[in-house]
Design a protein around this ligand. Structure first.
Ligand code: HEC
Length: 439
């Protein structure tokens, strides 16, 4: 490629959006749930028993659950409702002050709030759905006797993984037995609308359709009678998270392989498909209130906010067959390091790739912050670092937060000297100007 062409390609790769890639780092365990309120506050539920509230620089931590927190939702008054492995559903009026709204006999996996009905529905592995009063100012008598039916808990056919209100009177639930069941709360009736055969993990309920995602990778859209509208099943399993943004009609689907697929629900088309994590699942997804950012959480103890318009477009040629990644055993240690730790955010080629970080093409000998069109942080743009073996080594020996404080690059350290050396060896060769990428 000639210089002019490279430049044109780089400019085309510049993020068009004013949104920034964000990293929410601080949890001591995987992020299992995310919610965003209209004011832009992001809440994260973590395996470390805490909830993080991210607003500006440092998060506020809500401590109160006695085990992993699986789900958080914002109530319309801005209060949080959460559920966790300690079997409880809690509401958080201020800081770590919290009230138990209800208690299950198994872990709480999902929550849906209906302001109209004044109810919080909670899905639990105890095989029931809690119907808990939204603004009870007292803790209900917990533990109803097992042999006495309790109107506050609906019985399901098995462990309940997800719930979603449709208006104040209808509630859908997805079960580990593979059913999507419609509960008519006023008439006290339950009717399965889908029998999937494999456990259903996720549910999105809108006025016009219901989306569900299952353990076998099944990703389907049905109407309220159960008739199929669309099927987006790829060879990804299990489906672990879903989020929907109505105004921009985007449905996001996260899976066990670390992919996030985005469907345009106006014309039922897969628009984007990208690998958000190299290893491990996408447990949690939520859109920002304007729909321009998708927040994702998983194994990394970190949640990321991706500007939607920077994510890879869907390419059936790539997404259809997954063999484009070679088996890790066939890679050199340096390539493996890059694939696992850098390739989510950095391309090696100079050609257009809308990733969160600048292309590393031609890195060695390049002054920091100089890929044309990429929006660097001021810190990196103004720095006088020149990238070479020594400076790249220092970057990951000390971590970006120490080596270039204020950089947008997420904190990470590569502790092993040999791993750093192998990575640098791989990068030197793979980022060369005339390097043909043999993948
Ligand atoms: C989660 C995203 C992310 C990951 C993972 C990541 N980076 Fe980055 N990287 C960035 C961003 C964003 C920037 C731009 C930082 C800025 O502008 O302050 C950057 C900048 C850089 C730069 C400076 C580039 C320049 O043009 O000055 C280098 C070198 C770099 N990264 C190397 C790596 C390597 C090597 C890895 C893997 C070990 C890695 N990065 C992992 C997001 C990431």
């Amino acid at each position: 490629m000639g210089r002019a062409l490279i430049l044109a390609a780089c400019l085309a790769a510049a993020p068009a959006s004013a949104q920034d890639f964000t990293t929410l780092k601080g949890h001591g365990g995987p992020v299992m749930g995310i919610a965003v309120d209209t004011g832009g506050r992001v809440a994260t539920a973590s395996f470390d028993n805490s909830i993080g509230i991210w607003e500006g620089a440092s998060p506020a931590w809500l401590e109160g659950h006695d085990a992993a927190v699986n789900v958080v939702k914002f109530r319309s008054d801005g209060f949080l409702v959460s559920g966790g492995d300690d079997f409880t559903v809690r509401v958080w009026p201020a800081g770590s002050v919290n009230r138990v709204l209800g208690e299950h006999r198994g872990k709480v996996t999902d929550i849906s709030i209906s302001t109209e009905a004044g109810l919080v529905a909670s899905a639990s592995w105890d095989g029931t759905i809690g119907l808990l009063p939204l603004d009870a100012n007292w803790a209900w008598a917990l533990y109803p006797p097992l042999d006495e039916p309790d109107p506050r808990f609906l019985k399901a056919s098995g462990a309940v993984n997800a719930v979603g209100f449709h208006g104040p009177d209808v509630l859908y639930a997805a079960t580990a037995t593979g059913e999507v069941v419609r509960y008519d709360l006023a008439r006290d009736a339950a009717l399965p609308v889908a029998r999937h055969g494999f456990g259903v993990n996720e549910l999105i309920v809108t006025d016009d359709w219901i989306a569900y995602g299952a353990v076998d990778g099944g990703t389907r859209i049905i109407d309220h009678q159960g008739a199929e509208i669309a099927d987006f099943t790829l060879d990804r399993r299990p489906i672990l998270s879903m989020a929907y943004h109505g105004d921009t009609h985007q449905l996001a689907v996260g899976d066990g392989h670390g992919y996030i697929m985005m469907v345009d629900t106006a014309d039922w088309r897969i628009v984007r498909d990208f690998r958000a994590t190299r290893e491990g699942p996408v447990w949690a997804l939520a859109f920002s209130s304007d729909g321009t950012t998708i927040y994702a959480g998983g194994l990394d103890d970190v949640a990321f906010g991706w500007p939607v318009d920077t994510l890879d477009a869907y390419d059936p040629g790539i997404s259809g067959q997954r063999s484009f990644l070679r088996a890790p055993e066939e890679m050199s240690n340096g390539e493996r390091q890059f694939m696992r730790k850098c390739s989510i955010c950095h391309a090696l080629e100079g050609s257009a790739s809308r990733k969160a970080g600048p292309s590393l093409h031609g890195l060695f000998g390049r002054p920091a912050g100089t890929v044309p069109g990429y929006r660097y942080s001021d810190t990196l743009r103004m720095s006088d670092i020149v990238w070479d073996e020594t400076t790249v080594d220092a970057l990951f020996d000390q971590g970006p937060d120490h080596y270039i404080p204020g950089s947008k690059m997420p904190m990470q350290v590569i502790a092993g000297k040999d791993d750093r050396a192998d990575l640098i060896g791989f990068l030197k060769q793979a980022t060369r100007e005339n390097h043909e990428n043999e993948e």
